[in-house]
Design a protein around this ligand. Structure first.
Ligand code: ATP
Length: 598
């Protein structure tokens, strides 16, 4: 459970988001729709900035990553191949009394005394219900309260004067089988598929079912061959995509953190299997468990690439204002990993609503997962589509012919075992799996393999919420008369700040100041998001921009117009975070700002 103090902070953040136009509830005028959120003017700018930075960092500034923009609805077979149709489920259960729905695995474990009833009888009509029911009470609470809850349960089943039957009690430790709000028993957990369905075409039949994509990644795999053939990329290389994803989350919560419609920024980075690297270069580079492994090297295997992408992603977060101290890391254990995954590191942000450890420190919630997914994804699409997803590697073929027999045998055997494991785990019967794995190992010797993949998969909305929570700060000032006022200052990194610069004439009623200020504003707005404001006292205008998170404000005063000749065509720039001001010639203004927002 979160501390009340943290909830207060979240409430302040949610209220600021609405008040200043960062985030609104979707369809608010109709009472909203659970799990859907809209971004207002400031939120839309913030989101664009984040996506732009991710996109340019991932694609334009790299030689080895290209972009893709695929459709939201794709052939439903894609979701069969990816496993989403069969296994993309959360366990769901309902309160037997109130019908409230819960994610079974997210219920806070509770201890106490459980009261069990085998059924109940209607004392007047003699009607009987044989539905068993139980109620959990915290230790020390009188059993009467459990009986009251049970009576309500049987009343809902049509009994008027309830006489409870077969009562017994038992101590219970850390149970997730009861509604934490009223102690009533929950239904057995049942799997609930999170994909949102629709129909394509006019006939609403099973044949026309399609899904709104639950992740953007699958389109990248499905288009892998087209991209490879048209982009002139060679392994290792990546394909990046941002876009909407939809999940029918059982319990959307924590503001935008768990939504039903959200955006993802995903990279699939395709690499050679370690066996191919070893055949070409003699060995695969070893890497330290933590720390940046440096510039990519030809002898990198999946471990080095995985570590590289974890560190690159952390650098990205640091570069937009989330320091390492605000982040957490979770390396999935062998039990948590999917059967095909080699490793997965989640990058967490310490949200105000995050759980705490025993020392009271915030643990954080997932912003992004970086997974080493072996060759699972492309292999699945090869099996389901019947189209080859493998690549031919001339370097490997040449290198293979120069290997001695012992090395050939050892590499082949390892590749064979890895392919056999994938095939049998995917349900291919043993004889066929052995035959196919043998063919795959023979293919490797001829320079053919299915690429492996490292997948950094981030959520835009969670990152926006992290940036907002991270930026939120309160400043209390006391005026000459001793009156104190607390204001919000959103300390966004200038790179992501929705508005980069506010431009103000000192006074609204002096046409020459207004004309000059508008001229400055016009000269800046083509280069960055600028905001012109002449309403109210200058202090209030600064305060409004502080709340929007604008890092710089430029004021045009009489000196700009030459009242002090030596200050002609200079302006004051005020810094949001410390309120300090400096004077700058107009000719330098654009360059000065650009250097700070890049
Ligand atoms: P979680 O365990 O929190 O449900 P996940 O592990 O299922 O997340 P992935 O499938 O790895 O998430 O998706 C990649 C990223 O997409 C997540 O790290 C997160 O940032 C984002 N994401 C996933 N589900 C949601 C959601 N319901 N609302 C907002 N963002 C989401």
């Amino acid at each position: 459970m979160s501390e009340p103090k943290e909830n207060v902070l979240m409430e302040k953040i949610v209220s600021l988001c609405k008040r200043r136009g960062f985030v609104f509830q979707s369809s608010e005028i109709y009472g909203g729709i659970n799990g859907f959120w809209d971004y207002g003017p400031l939120g839309a700018e913030l989101k664009r900035n984040v996506k732009e930075l991710w996109w340019s960092g991932m694609t334009r500034l790299r030689d080895d990553v290209v972009g893709l923009e695929a459709t939201i609805i794709m052939a439903p077979q894609i979701w069969k191949a990816s496993g989403h149709v069969d296994t993309f489920c959360d366990p769901m259960c309902d309160c037997l009394l109130t019908k409230k729905r819960f994610r079974a695995d997210q219920i806070e474990p509770q201890s106490g005394v459980a009261y069990f009833f085998t059924g109940a009888k209607d004392a007047t009509s003699g009607k009987q219900s044989n539905d068993a029911f139980s109620v959990l009470l915290p230790a020390g609470k009188p059993p009467e309260s459990a009986r009251k809850t049970a009576t309500q349960f049987y009343q809902q089943r049509g009994l008027a004067t309830v006489e409870l039957l077969g009562e017994r009690s038992e101590k219970v430790e850390n149970s997730q089988r009861y509604n934490p709000e009223n102690g009533a028993q929950l239904t057995e957990p049942r799997p609930f598929n999170l994909m949102l369905q629709t129909f394509v075409g006019p006939i609403q039949s099973d044949d026309n079912v399609a899904y709104l994509r639950p992740e953007t990644a699958q389109a990248i795999f499905a288009q892998f061959k087209n991209v490879l053939e048209t982009s002139r990329q060679k392994l290792p290389f990546g394909i990046a995509q941002t876009g909407k994803a939809f999940r029918n989350e059982v319990t959307p919560r924590n503001f935008t953190f768990r939504s039903r419609e959200f955006e993802q920024m995903e990279l699939e980075f395709f690499i050679k299997p370690d066996e191919a690297v070893e055949a070409i270069l003699g060995s695969v580079a070893t890497v330290p468990e933590t720390g940046h492994p440096g510039e990519p090297q030809p002898n990198w295997g999946w471990q080095a690439w995985h570590q590289y992408w974890v560190e690159e992603r952390v650098r990205f977060y640091e570069g937009i204002g989330l320091s390492r101290e605000t982040l957490g890391f979770h390396r999935q254990s062998a039990e948590e990993l999917a059967h095909y995954a080699r490793a997965c590191v989640d990058i967490l942000y310490k949200f105000p609503f995050s759980k705490r450890n025993e020392q009271g420190e915030l643990l954080g919630e997932e912003l992004e997962g970086i997974a080493a997914r072996s060759d699972f994804d492309l292999s699945q699409h090869e099996r389901f589509s019947g189209k080859t997803m493998g690549v031919f590697d001339e370097e490997l073929r040449t290198a293979w012919s120069k290997l001695n027999d012992v090395k050939k045998q050892s590499i082949s055997e390892r590749y064979y075992q890895a392919r056999l494991k994938y095939l049998t785990k995917s349900g291919v019967e043993t004889a066929k799996a052995e035959k196919d794995a043998k063919e795959d190992a023979e293919g490797l010797a001829k320079g053919q393999y299915i690429p492996h993949v490292i997948e950094p998969s981030a959520g835009v909305d969670r990152l926006i919420l992290a940036l907002i929570a991270n930026a939120y700060s309160e400043v209390t000032t006391t005026d000459d008369k001793g009156k104190s006022e607390t204001r919000v200052v959103m300390k966004f990194h200038p790179r992501v700040a929705p508005i980069k610069v506010g431009v103000f004439p000192l006074l609204k009623n002096k046409p020459e100041l207004v004309a000059k200020a508008k001229e400055v504003f016009t000269s800046l707005r083509g280069h960055m998001m600028a905001f012109y404001d002449d309403a109210g006292a200058i202090g209030r205008r600064y305060a409004r921009q502080d709340e929007a998170g604008t890092p710089f404000c430029v004021t045009i005063d009489f000196d700009t117009l030459g009242e002090k000749p030596e200050l002609l065509n200079t302006v004051t720039i005020r810094h949001r975070d410390d309120g300090k001001q400096e004077r700058l010639p107009l000719t330098e203004l654009l360059g000065w700002l650009q250097a700070r927002i890049r």
